[in-house]
Design a protein around this ligand. Sequence first.
Ligand SMILES: *Cc1c(COP(=O)(O)O)cnc(C)c1O
Length: 382
Amino acid sequence: MIPYGRQDISQADIDAVVDVLKSDYLTQGPRIEIFENKIAKMVNAKNAIAYNSATSALHGACFALGVSSGDWVWTSAITYAASSNCALYLNAKVDFVDIDPDTINMCPKKLEEKLAEAKTKNELPKVLVVVHMAGQPCQMKEIKRVADQYGVKIIEDASHALGARFEESITGDCQYSDITIFSFHPVKIITTAEGGVATTNDSDLAQKLSLFRTHGVTREPSLLKKKDEGGWYYEQILLGYNYRMTEVHAALGEKQLDRLAEFVDIRNQRAKNYDEAFKNFPIKFFTPKENTYSSYHLYLIQLNETNKRKEAFTKLREAGIGVNVHYLPVYQHPYYQGLEYKDRFSAPNAEAYYAGAISIPLYPGLTDQDQEKVMTELKNNL
Ligand SMILES: *Cc1c(COP(=O)(O)O)cnc(C)c1O
């Protein structure tokens, strides 16, 4: 099976992991900070705080921005459920903004309309989780302008978008947001096996993000509430979790970063090949907007005839093409349908996209031969 996504591990990656296993620290050692500094520098952010997943980093981001019971948090209707679960963990309520059918990203106009309506009901969200679907950055200037108008904070869920750019802004530099989150799951742009990171330019948010991932515990003299009792002394000053990344994962991530530009470049080249081939196919595909550079985590297609999706999907899988679907609109999951305010969920563009959506193989190790096979099988089965 040619998978839809796959990690690319080099000998240097393996050596880096083995070195950690032979070293003194498997966790809470020096490599976390090395990894954090490297990624902060690469995305042009002041702070990077590594977590054991993007999911836990999203939880930390919502916490740092003060999300709590009674607050609303909004995200895009087409995303992985982690983008909204993070708010539910803090007992907030969630709602979903519909997508732009040409980008599958949150639609700035729909956002503006929804915010205007929410204001009349006194139900404005505290935080907006913006998702760069498939690696294509959202129209951040527009989104930030609208969010600022209503005093809404922004988290970028850039799980798909390490190495992407919006105009002059590198995704992760937080030029248009409070906090940005990246995921290092093996199908994402670089991997640490499991892992994530939060970037921010705000030192208070950075401090909260650091405390939250390690039980809310600190030895930092300026943060202690009571008297320092000696060299052993630490205090828990808020309720955090154990969301720490290990040295093993950080070492892998640090080495993977050396190949980030190469990974994203190959993904873009492969995507161009697909674009070219699909001009005459009965499908819709999504070329990035001119003012963006996509990291191309996924190559999405949408069948014109949605009644053929299931059949095409099954045939492609049978032909050894590891197609997938990203994503069921989050609010259609049974868990979300169990929320008492479920009747407000509405995103017709997201539902129309989902009905015809297929993700096809795209990853750095995809060979010319594999890609030819994918294109041939698509041609035969659509
Ligand atoms: C993968 C993903 C996550 C979760 O990432 P993990 O590192 O697996 O926790 C969150 N949001 C989006 C959009 C994702 O694709």
